[in-house]
Design a protein around this ligand. Structure first.
Ligand code: PLP
Length: 404
């Protein structure tokens, strides 16, 4: 009898968002017509920018004309889009050859698919709290997982060390859920550590466009030696609102070699075997993101989200709540007040002020006692939610003194 991949039975239920939905549904059933202030969402709320929409329309028209029609696209991506991305890196001081850039249909797909490059006996390090797909994709592959808990003491940005020795190292910066961003010095230490141990870093930069502090790295390839130890996985989902349109890119340097095998060449082989990848229309829309007009327009949207984050962090500053993120990232990661657990805080916010966020415990055990607020909601809801938190907590609790 065919034996299925039994590792699926080792997956933990992805109960987090299901439980949030259940609790909010129950609240609305008891309070018909109530408005909920949703600060839990990881999806964008603003539409695609004009430059992208125009490019998508033009590309659709191309498909109607025999001379301009496009069938299959090259598996690793359309040259015009790969060039646009390589140029974008070059403008920021990172030199890549066009064929080191691979087009993807988003980071989620890529985070799963990329594991084809690595031996199943290898071990993956996940810095927690973490985006849940890192753990789940490796559980499905039957890979051993090393969990490295991060915490308040290191601002959720741990150092490499003996307890972090693994073949694959997941690093997400700016981080989901904590919003913490690796400094140049700390990221360089991880790159040196990976090179020394022969590990490969999978660097998830889904939120790099939110970095405004020029001292913070937006690409791991700004670090010396990264081309021999890192793969960078990026997405246009949060950068340009492509969550529903699906587009991303992955950089695998030609210099990334393990056991005499080029991971870059292996990925070319993988893509040409396993996918016909992203359509001409979508890649045309993506290329528009990297035009001067596209860049200006996507930054206008990002500014709206960043203003939401500022409103939230200002409220937490006034309340004296400990938090990280929210400055160069769309998420604010808050220590629940008065030693409250993540779900108790969730219930309090929902029942008292109709604010919905995400309990930190859903991102790994060390997230217990923390809470994630997202800046992707509407400005009106974010402002009202911040006011409601200010009113609730300035009267109901003694705010702890912020130490940093
Ligand atoms: N990586 C991180 C850290 C994320 O937070 C998300 C989405 O929320 C993704 C990857 C997935 O992004 P995509 O829409 O490109 O699949």
């Amino acid at each position: 009898m065919m034996k299925p991949n039994m590792h699926y039975s080792e997956l933990k239920d992805s109960y987090l968002f299901a439980r949030i939905a259940e609790k909010t549904k129950a609240y609305l059933a008891e309070h018909p017509g109530a408005h909920l202030y949703r600060l839990g969402i990881g999806d964008v709320s603003l539409p695609l920018c004009d430059a992208v929409i125009r490019a998508l329309h033009e590309a659709v028209d191309d498909q109607a004309e025999r001379e301009r029609f496009h069938g299959y696209m090259p598996e690793c991506g359309a040259p015009f889009f790969r060039e646009a991305i390589a140029k974008h890196y070059r403008r920021r001081g990172v030199r890549l050859s066009v064929d080191e850039v691979f087009v993807s249909s988003g980071t989620s797909d890529e985070l799963g698919d990329i594991l084809d490059l690595f031996d199943r006996e290898s071990c993956a390090l996940v810095i927690e709290p973490a985006y849940p797909a890192y753990v789940d994709a490796n559980v499905i592959a039957g890979r051993r997982i090393l969990h490295l808990p991060a915490g308040k003491e290191n601002g959720f940005l741990p150092e490499p060390g003996e307890n972090a020795k693994a073949d694959l190292l997941y690093i997400c910066s700016p981080n989901n859920p904590t919003g913490a961003v690796f400094s140049r010095e700390l990221l360089q230490r991880w790159v040196d550590f990976a090179n020394k141990n022969g590990s490969v870093i999978l660097f998830d930069v889904a939120y790099e466009a939110f970095i405004e502090d020029p001292s913070l790295p937006r690409s791991i390839f700004e670090m010396e030696g990264a081309k021999t130890c890192a793969i960078e996985i990026c997405s246009l989902s949060k950068t340009a609102g492509f969550t529903g349109t699906r587009l991303g890119y992955t950089v695998i340097p030609a210099a990334l070699v393990r056991n005499g095998m080029s991971l870059h060449d292996m990925w070319v082989r993988n893509r040409t075997t396993k996918t016909n990848r992203v359509s001409y229309i979508i890649q045309k829309g993506g290329a528009a993101v990297f035009t001067p007009e596209g860049q200006r327009e996507i930054m206008e949207n990002i500014r709206v989200y960043k203003e939401n984050a500022r409103i939230l962090t200002e409220a937490f500053d006034r309340l004296g709540f400990w938090y990280c993120g929210g400055k160069n990232a769309p998420y604010v990661w808050v220590k629940c007040p008065e030693g409250m657990g993540s779900w108790a805080f969730f219930d309090l916010l929902l029942n008292e002020i109709q604010v919905v966020g995400t309990p930190g415990e859903g991102f790994g055990a060390c997230g217990e006692g923390y809470f994630r607020f997202s800046s992707f909601g509407s400005p009106e809801d974010t402002r009202e939610a911040a006011q409601r938190m200010l009113r609730l907590f300035s009267k109901s609790i003694t705010p702890p003194v912020r130490k940093d």
